[in-house]
Design a protein around this ligand. Structure first.
Ligand code: IPM
Ligand code: MG
Length: 359
């Protein structure tokens, strides 16, 4: 049956990189028989400009009836002074919450061809293959109460709430354990149980949940130490599972181990495996419109979509192989370029992946 993919380019470089990922999907459709239709929707600042809201009802409705969602990025300088309720980021958070996409998978894999592009020593990062499982619809991002209030003395006070229900922790634990079962069977749960009661409970639920997964080796780490260990000895980790906010921070850190945040895809899944797929980098307004952004994270997000939501792992393998070929050929966008490489633009990189697919 034909699968419907909602395509939401969003803001900034989102437009350029999604265009390249769509080229890849078009080729899989025309040359390899992938049975899909694509339909575009608005989200983020571009949606706000067109409709007055970062997440129009039409977009939500499109995403609900789609089998899968491809998203570029949201945000930009232009919208930074808007009320927080209508900022582009609310569009993304609204999609995550509205579609119950609670499990965010952020793999950090070092392509051997890019070992020299990492700011860390090659021996620290070579062979890196780590999966961060970030809880995506709870925690301090969504906790109530939240806001800024004015105290009696006239001073303002800002507050957000870190809150998790046991059920939210156990379902993300299960996702992490299931993923680890297909890998090295090691899960490190990251918390701040020495200070925050909420994450002390997180740890207890992790331990409880692990009893049902006797083959999994579960360890625990405080988030500050985890940040340090990620840059000191990242290969010690197999799967890391953590809260929404800690996962946000640690996944940027892990991305940099691989040379560029421009290389990393992500999947955000609901309980039934329906997902939204997006690069983990943002909209990069500073380089938007220049055709220099790296489209590989978005192209690799399509690969994750085929694997996790559309049951097309062979097609996913084709994309992964094509990306490898392009890197073997020395083609690099500016973010992963080092002396001696062939510098290519966003669209040239997309074309190169398409050519490798067709070869
Ligand atoms: C991410 C981003 C988002 C987040 C922003 C854009 C709301 O940083 O996906 O990591 O904080 O989750
Ligand atoms: Mg982030």
């Amino acid at each position: 049956m034909t699968k419907l993919i909602a395509v939401l380019p969003g803001d900034g470089i989102g437009q350029e990189i999604v265009a390249e990922a769509v080229k890849v999907l078009e080729v899989l459709k025309s040359d390899f028989g992938l049975d899909i239709e694509m339909e575009n929707g608005l989200v983020g600042g571009t949606a706000y400009d067109a409709t007055g809201t970062p997440l129009p009802d039409e977009t939500m409705e499109l995403c609900k009836r789609s089998d899968s969602i491809l998203l570029g990025a949201v945000g930009g300088y232009k919208w930074e002074s808007l009320d927080i309720a209508v900022r582009p980021e609310k569009g993304l958070l609204g999609l995550r919450a509205g579609l119950d996409l609670f499990a965010n998978l952020r793999p950090a894999i070092l392509y051997p061809q890019l070992a020299s592009a990492s700011t860390l020593n090659a021996e620290v990062v070579s062979g890196l293959d780590l999966m961060i499982v970030r809880e995506l619809t709870g925690g301090i991002y969504f906790g109530q109460p939240r806001g800024v209030r004015t105290l009696e003395n006239g001073e303002r006070e800002g507050y957000n709430t870190l809150v998790y229900k046991e059920s939210e922790v156990s379902r993300i634990a299960k996702v992490a354990f299931d993923i680890a079962m297909k890998r090295d069977k090691r899960v490190c749960s990251v918390d701040k149980a020495n200070v925050l009661e909420c994450t002390e409970m997180w740890r207890e639920v992790m331990i409880e949940e692990a009893k049902g997964h006797p083959e999994i080796e579960l360890s625990h780490m405080y988030v500050d130490n985890a940040a340090m260990q990620l840059v000191r000895a990242p290969k010690q980790f197999d799967v890391m599972v953590t809260t929404n906010m800690f996962g946000d921070i640690l996944s940027d850190c892990a991305a940099m181990l691989t040379g560029s945040i421009g290389m990393l895809p992500s999947a955000s899944l609901d309980a039934n495996g329906k997902g939204m797929y997006e690069p983990i980098h943002g909209s990069a307004p500073d380089i938007a419109g220049q055709n220099i952004a790296n489209p590989l994270a978005t192209i690799l997000s399509v690969s994750m979509m085929l694997r996790y939501s559309l049951d097309q792992s062979e097609m996913a393998d084709k994309i992964d192989a094509a990306v490898n070929t392009v890197l073997d050929d020395g083609k690099r966008t500016a973010d992963i370029y080092t002396d001696g490489d062939i510098k290519v633009s966003t669209s040239e990189m997309g074309d190169a992946v398409v050519a490798a697919l067709k070869a």
